[in-house]
Design a binder for this molecule. Sequence first.
Ligand code: NAD
Length: 494
Amino acid sequence: MQKFKFLINNEWVDASSGKTYQVLDPSKNEPIAEVALADKEDVDRAVKAAREAFNKGVWSELDGDERAEYMLKAAELMRKRTKELAKWETLECGKPISESEDIDMPYSIRAMEYFANQAREIKGEVIPIPGGYAFDYVTYEPYGVVGSIVPWNFPLHLATRTLCPAVATGNSVVLKPSSFTPITAILLGEIILEAGFPPGVVNIISGPGDTAGNAMLSHPDINMISFTGSLEVGRKVLEASAKPRIKKVILELGGKGPFIAEADCNIDGAVNSLIVGFCLEQGEVCCASTRLFLHEKIYKEFMEKLVARAKSLKLGETMDPTTQMGALISRTQLEKVDGCVKEAIRDGAKLVCGGEKLNVSPFNKGNYYKPTILENVTNDMRCAQEEIFGPVLVVIRYKELEEAIKQANDTVYGLAATIWSENIKTLYWAAKKLDAGTVWMNTNVMSKIEAPYGGNKDSGLGREDGTIGLKEYLKVKNNILFVGKEYDNFYDFK
Ligand code: NAD
């Protein structure tokens, strides 16, 4: 079995405790690799290396152009190793190989390239001051050491989404992937090394959230935390990051995405995009469309087409390029999803399809769950309010768009929302009223590294991606230079 260590200060090291753990393939629940297991001491080592790199200025004081060159080299190496990275992504995450190759890898490489070029573009601003006695200019500076904590559903994409803007802006980074999926992040470490990044700029450790992750939150030498994960842990992150010193925090948390299908929508297109919305990555997607608000006039036709598509999806061997859905991340997650569906049925929902594990050999060894649709659901039921994080869609029938929008917004989450209609005015006004960080109109689950991504309400704080996301990794300094002729006359303190 392949063994993986941590990257600290450009060296491959074992955990201080010497401990390791096994990473499982969710499609078989068999071990695929042995990885060093970080604890607080390893976090301290990684942060020390990152701090020294930052303070020496070996990265933070380079020209943006120079940082860009290292990052472009890394992107080129990622491209060369795409097949290998995609294979590991599928092995550790349980997603179909076609998703790893067609979504995760292109997004991750694009992040490296896009933010490399953004490193050249970091500019300040000049503020006009009335009277002309002061030259006021604003500069953007790196925070110092950024701690990036990411989950398991898009391991390399989410790792690069935070690591790339962090280093493009001159910060040093300690990256902690989920302990379920550390391998592609560690392979990224090999790429960073080969691309020639100076020691300590990027450090990668793997370990459980409540020990290694928690040690990062309260570390006095980390200046900023970029956290992607669940709402429950996000709350802890916000609290723990306030001590012993206040840290800048970005939170990218969960969602319960509404999908509104108006009576005049293109039904085939909408069905297609909704299937992606709740079945991509086995439904383990933060911005998944998991609540369908379906206009009563098209209810029957829409449901027939939707159910037929859901039943036709191919679950199976994750390395088979024709497989459309793989396995959930763990047995625990599988049982959680199944439990949520059973509870919804007890609460009065009607099971339209799915609602069960894939109980055929050899897939019964893995964590497979069939695409599941529940109707007769009301928006106040738990299955309509809580993030299930599996391929489960609840359907709510409506008559008036205003009522659908009201219910769509009636959740603690506000990550993404979708609406389909052929009327541009309907789309425009609905988008204005939907309380979400992203609104998709006649498309779905489309996010681009160039555009800001993040949530309203309990779905998070701040934004990743695009130039708006880049600025999250920079602190603002206002600089005021007195250029008037007679300083004394201005400040009359005599
Ligand atoms: P999680 O919150 O359990 O874990 C996320 C990361 O936090 C992991 O690296 C984990 O080890 C770490 N962690 C756990 N407990 C910690 C603690 N006490 N202190 C510090 N770190 C800790 O989430 P998950 O199960 O890995 O991922 C699924 C969740 O992530 C879902 O809620 C999903 O919606 C969300 N998500 C959000 C986005 C987004 O962009 N908004 C993207 C992907 C996933």
